[in-house]
Design a protein. Structure first.
Length: 302
C-alpha cells in the first residue's frame, strides 16, 4: 500500500513564533500517511526560491519521495497565521508566483507513475480537477479535500469532481449536524464513493450511500496543545490508512465496522496532531524580508 499527495504545497508562517513551516494539504497527507507506516510520495510544483528549497528538503527528510515533482522559477506561496488559545488563526495568504501556481501537467509518464499508488490524494487548492477523470481511470483510489468554502460546494463543482472521487472530505465545523448530513448525502448522490465530514469538537461523520456512521472527537486540553494546524489532514490520513489496511478498494466497499474503526483512528491521529508544531514541525526562522508573491517578471516597473 502506498499514497501519493498530488497538488498543493505552501509555507505556513507563524508570526507569533517568527517561524516558517512546511505545509499544504497534499504535502501533509503524504507525510502523515508515511508516519502511519505506508510508503508515500508527493507530486507537485515547487518554487525555485529559498522557501521552495526548504519545502523540498523538509519533505525528503520525512521520508516522502519528491523525485517526480518539478521546480519552476517563482516564489512559494505563504499562509500567514498565529496561534490563539491553541487554535491556528489565519491572517493572510500570498499565493506565490504565477508559474508555481500553474498546475502540473499529467503526462503519460506521470499518469503511469500515479497509477502505481494505492491512493492518490488531492484538494481544491491543487488545480487538479481537470485531470481527476484520467487519474481515476488509471486505477488508484482517489481522495479529495473539499475544504470548507462554499465555492467548492456548488452543484456545478460537486458534479465536476465527485464522480471521480472515492472519498470526499468536507470540513463542516461551521455546520450543524442536519446540514452536515445533507451535504454528505449530496456528495455521494453526485458520484462520490463515500463522504467524510470533520466537525472539530463535535466529532466526525461518514456516509457511504447506505448508512451514516458517527464518532466523537478526542479532545485535547488547549493549555497543553501546540496548535491545530494539520488536524483535519491528520484525521483524513488516519481514516484512509485504517480503511486501506482493512482491504478498502473499488471492488470491496468498507464494512460498517471498518468505517467505525476508521473514524476512531482518524480521531486518534487528529488528537496527536494537536501536540505537533504546525503541520509536522521542521520549521526555520522567518526571513527578515520577502519581496512578495509574484515572479520577478510580474513585478510592476519602477
Amino acid at each position: 500500500m502506498n499514497v501519493l499527495g498530488f497538488g498543493d504545497n505552501t509555507v505556513d508562517r507563524f508570526v507569533d513564533r517568527g517561524t516558517d513551516y512546511p505545509g499544504g494539504n497534499c504535502v501533509n497527507v503524504a507525510v502523515y500517511t508515511h508516519r502511519l507506516g505506508l510508503d508515500a510520495a508527493y507530486l507537485g510544483v515547487f518554487g525555485d526560491d529559498d522557501l521552495g528549497t526548504a519545502l523540498r528538503t523538509a519533505l525528503a527528510a520525512q521520508g516522502v519521495a519528491v523525485d517526480r515533482s518539478v521546480v519552476r522559477q517563482g516564489t512559494t506561496s505563504v499562509s500567514t497565521l498565529h496561534v490563539q488559545d491553541g487554535d491556528r488563526v489565519f491572517l493572510g495568504y500570498d499565493p506565490g508566483g504565477h508559474a508555481v501556481r500553474r498546475a502540473l501537467p499529467l503526462t503519460p509518464a506521470l499518469l503511469t507513475y500515479a497509477a502505481s499508488f494505492t491512493l492518490v490524494h488531492s484538494s481544491v487548492y491543487s488545480r487538479t480537477e481537470a485531470v481527476l477523470p484520467r487519474l481515476a481511470a488509471g486505477g488508484p483510489l482517489i481522495s479529495f479535500d473539499f475544504s470548507d468554502e462554499e465555492e467548492y460546494r456548488t452543484p456545478a463543482y460537486l458534479d465536476r469532481v465527485c464522480p471521480h472521487v472515492d472519498l470526499a472530505l468536507l470540513s463542516c465545523s461551521h455546520l450543524d449536524e442536519t446540514a452536515t448530513r445533507t451535504l454528505l448525502t449530496e456528495a455521494v448522490r453526485r458520484g462520490a464513493g463515500m463522504a467524510l465530514a470533520t466537525r472539530g469538537l463535535d466529532g466526525a461523520l461518514v456516509y457511504d450511500g447506505r448508512t451514516t456512521t458517527a464518532a466523537p472527537a478526542r479532545v485535547a486540553d488547549p493549555a497543553s496543545m501546540s496548535d491545530t494546524m494539520g488536524c483535519g489532514d491528520a484525521f483524513l490520513a488516519g481514516f484512509a490508512v485504517s480503511l486501506l489496511r482493512d482491504g478498502w478498494s473499488r471492488q470491496a466497499a468498507p464494512a460498517p465496522e471498518a468505517l467505525e474503526r476508521a473514524l476512531h483512528q482518524g480521531a486518534r491521529a487528529a488528537y496527536h496532531q494537536c501536540f505537533v508544531e504546525a503541520a509536522f514541525g521542521f520549521g526555520w526562522p522567518t526571513p527578515v524580508a520577502r519581496t512578495g508573491g509574484r515572479d520577478p517578471s510580474e513585478q510592476a516597473p519602477c
